[in-house]
Design a protein around this ligand. Structure first.
Ligand code: HEM
Length: 494
C-alpha cells in the first residue's frame, strides 16, 4: 500500500513519508542547492554580450527568442553571458550541441528551472537525474513500444474524427471563429486523457482540464529563468497551484487504485503499473510523478506543433494543396497507423513545422563537472543553453531558413528522409538527444500526422483578418495572444 487510506486527503507515500507538495518543494530546493558550485576566479570565458543584472527584468523587455537568438547570431560557436550570479554559455554550433547534449551528456544534469519544477512534477522522467532517471527510463519505455503506439493510434483517430465532425457542425452553424491554440490543446488533452488513463477520465474531464490549465500556468511561472525558487514558492499563485496539484493527485490516486484492480486495459497507466525490473515495479508515488510528467510533457508540445502547422499551411496555400493531394489517397476515410509510412509529405509537413517553430525552443543543462568545449573550460555549476529555435533557423545549415518548404525533407523518390536537407548533425533537434531524448517522439509523430491526415483534407483554417502572428516563448513556443483563426472548408481538389 503506497497511498494513504481512503477518507483522508489522498497523499502518496515515498519511502514511508508523505509525497505531497511540501515534500516535493523540499526536494526542489535541495536539488537547486545541489547545483551550486564555487565559480573559479579569473577563468577565461568566451566573448558574449555585457552582463545582465537579472534575466527576468531583461525578459520583460525582450523575448527569450530574440535575446538568445541574437546572442546566437552574434556568436556563432559559443558565447558567455553573466546573468546575476549565473554564468551561462550559449551553444550555436551543431558539433558543440552534440558534444554537450549527447556525447558528453554525463557531465550535465537538468537545469535549475526543471529542478524547480520538481515541486509540481515530482521526480518523473523530465526532472529526475542520475540512477533514478536511468531506472525510470527503462521502466517507462515499454509504454512507448511501437505496438503500444499502434494501439493509441486508434484512440487518436477516434478523437480526431469527433473533432472533424464538430468543426463541420460549427461551419454549418456559421460559428467559425476559434483560437486554434486552445482548440488544439483541448484535442491533445483529450487524447492524452484517453491514451494515458483509458475512458476512466471522462467523468473527471472538466475538473482535470481546469486543474491542468492552472498547473500549466504555474509551471510556466516556475520556469522563469533566474527566478529564485524561494520567491517562486511564496508567490500568491502558488495557492492555486497547490489546489490544482491536490486535485490532480486525487484523480491520479483514484485511477491508480482502479487500474490496479482491473489489470492491463491497454492504456499507458496500465503499462506503467505492469512494468517491472529486478527491483520490482514502481511505487505509486513514482507512478504519480510519471503520470503528471506525461500529461504535461505530452499534451502542450504536440498542441503547439499542430497550431503552428495550421498557421504555416494557411500562409503557404500551395504547400497545403500538395498535402491534400497526398491525403486524397485515403479516399475520404479516416487514416490508420498502417497508412503513415505511405504519407511522406504529411510527415514532412510535421518535420518542417518542428524546424520553423520548435515547441521545445530552448534546452538547458547545469554542468556537474568542468568540461572543455571549443577550447574553453566550462566550469561545473554553470548553465549551458542550446536553442533549437536558433539552430533550426540558421542560414549556415538551411537554405531559405525562414521559408516553409516541406519538400526539403523528401528525397528524389519522394520518400521522407530526416537527412534529406543535408544539414549537419546537431542543427535539427526538436526532440533533444541521447538518453534525455523525448520518450514520446513516436507518439508525437503519430498523433500529429493522424490529426493532420483527418482534418486537413476537409478544412483550410485561415488567420483572423488583421491578426499579426508572433511567438510567445513560454515553457513551449506558443503564439502571442493565441492563434485566432476561422474555420473554412478546404477548396475542392482538382
Ligand atoms: C511535438 C511534440 C513534442 C516535442 C517537440 C517534444 C520535445 C521534447 C524535448 C526537446 C525533450 C528533451 C528535453 C531536454 O533534453 O531537456 C523532451 C523530453 C520528454 N518528452 Fe517530449 N516532446 C513532444 C511530445 C511528447 C509526448 C507526446 C510525450 C508523452 C506522451 C512526451 C514526453 C516527454 C518526456 C517524458 C520527456 C523526458 C524524457 C527523459 O528525459 O527521459 N513528449 N520532449
Amino acid at each position: 500500500m503506497t497511498t494513504a487510506p481512503a477518507g483522508s486527503a489522498p497523499v502518496f507515500l515515498r519511502d514511508g513519508q508523505p509525497w505531497d507538495l511540501e515534500a516535493r518543494k523540499r526536494v526542489a530546493r535541495e536539488s537547486v542547492a545541489a547545483l551550486r558550485r564555487p565559480q573559479p576566479r579569473g577563468l577565461p570565458r568566451p566573448p558574449g554580450p555585457p552582463a545582465l543584472r537579472t534575466l527576468a527584468g531583461m525578459l520583460r523587455r525582450t523575448k527569450g527568442t530574440e535575446l538568445f537568438g541574437g546572442i546566437s547570431r552574434d556568436h556563432p560557436r559559443i558565447a558567455h553571458v553573466r546573468i546575476g550570479p549565473e554564468h551561462i554559455y550559449v551553444l550555436s554550433d551543431p558539433d558543440l550541441v552534440v558534444q554537450v547534449l549527447l556525447t558528453e551528456a554525463r557531465h550535465t544534469t537538468k537545469g535549475r528551472a526543471l529542478q524547480q519544477a520538481k515541486a509540481l512534477l515530482g521526480e518523473g522522467l523530465l526532472t529526475a537525474g542520475g540512477e533514478l532517471h536511468r531506472r525510470q527510463r527503462s521502466l517507462v519505455m515499454p509504454a512507448f513500444h511501437r505496438a503500444r503506439i499502434a494501439g493509441y493510434a486508434a484512440l487518436m483517430v477516434e478523437e480526431a474524427v469527433a473533432h472533424r465532425d464538430a468543426w463541420q457542425r460549427r461551419i454549418e452553424a456559421g460559428d467559425v471563429a476559434l483560437d486554434m491554440a486552445a482548440d488544439m490543446s483541448a484535442l491533445t488533452l483529450a487524447i492524452v486523457g484517453r491514451t494515458l488513463f483509458g475512458a476512466d477520465l471522462s467523468g473527471d474531464a472538466a475538473d482535470v482540464g481546469r486543474a491542468l490549465t492552472d498547473v500549466l500556468d504555474g509551471f510556466d511561472r516556475m520556469l522563469v529563468p533566474g527566478a529564485r525558487v524561494a520567491d517562486l514558492l511564496r508567490a500568491p499563485w502558488v495557492r492555486d497551484l497547490e489546489r490544482a496539484t491536490g486535485e490532480l493527485d486525487a484523480v491520479v490516486a483514484r485511477l491508480i487504485t482502479e487500474h490496479r484492480a482491473s489489470g492491463d486495459t491497454g492504456d499507458l497507466l496500465s503499462m506503467l503499473l505492469a512494468s517491472t525490473d529486478e527491483q520490482g515495479g514502481m511505487a505509486d508515488a513514482q507512478v504519480r510523478d510519471e503520470t503528471m510528467t506525461l500529461v504535461l510533457a505530452g499534451h502542450e508540445t504536440t498542441a503547439m506543433a499542430l497550431t503552428w502547422a495550421w498557421h504555416l499551411l494557411d500562409a503557404n496555400p500551395a504547400e497545403a494543396g500538395l498535402l491534400r493531394d497526398e491525403l486524397a489517397s485515403l479516399d475520404g476515410r479516416p487514416p490508420t497507423f498502417e497508412d503513415l509510412p505511405a504519407l511522406p509529405r504529411t510527415r514532412a509537413v510535421v518535420a518542417e513545422t518542428l524546424r520553423v517553430y520548435p515547441p521545445a525552443w530552448i534546452l538547458g543543462r547545469s554542468m556537474l563537472d568542468d568540461l572543455e568545449v571549443d577550447g574553453w573550460t566550462v566550469p561545473a555549476g554553470s548553465i549551458v543553453l542550446a536553442l533549437p529555435w536558433a539552430l533550426h533557423r540558421d542560414g549556415r545549415f538551411w537554405p531559405e531558413p525562414l521559408a516553409f518548404r516541406p519538400g526539403r525533407w523528401l528525397d528524389v523518390e519522394g520518400r521522407f528522409d530526416e537527412g534529406a536537407p543535408g544539414q549537419p548533425r546537431g542543427s535539427w533537434f526538436p526532440f533533444g538527444w541521447g538518453s534525455r531524448r523525448c520518450i514520446g517522439d513516436q507518439f508525437a509523430w503519430t498523433e500529429a500526422m493522424l490529426l493532420l491526415a483527418t482534418l486537413a483534407p476537409g478544412f483550410a483554417p485561415t488567420l483572423a483578418p488583421g491578426h499579426r502572428v508572433d511567438v510567445h516563448p513560454a515553457v513551449t513556443l506558443r503564439p502571442e495572444g493565441g492563434m485566432p483563426m476561422r474555420l473554412r472548408q478546404a477548396p475542392a481538389q482538382p
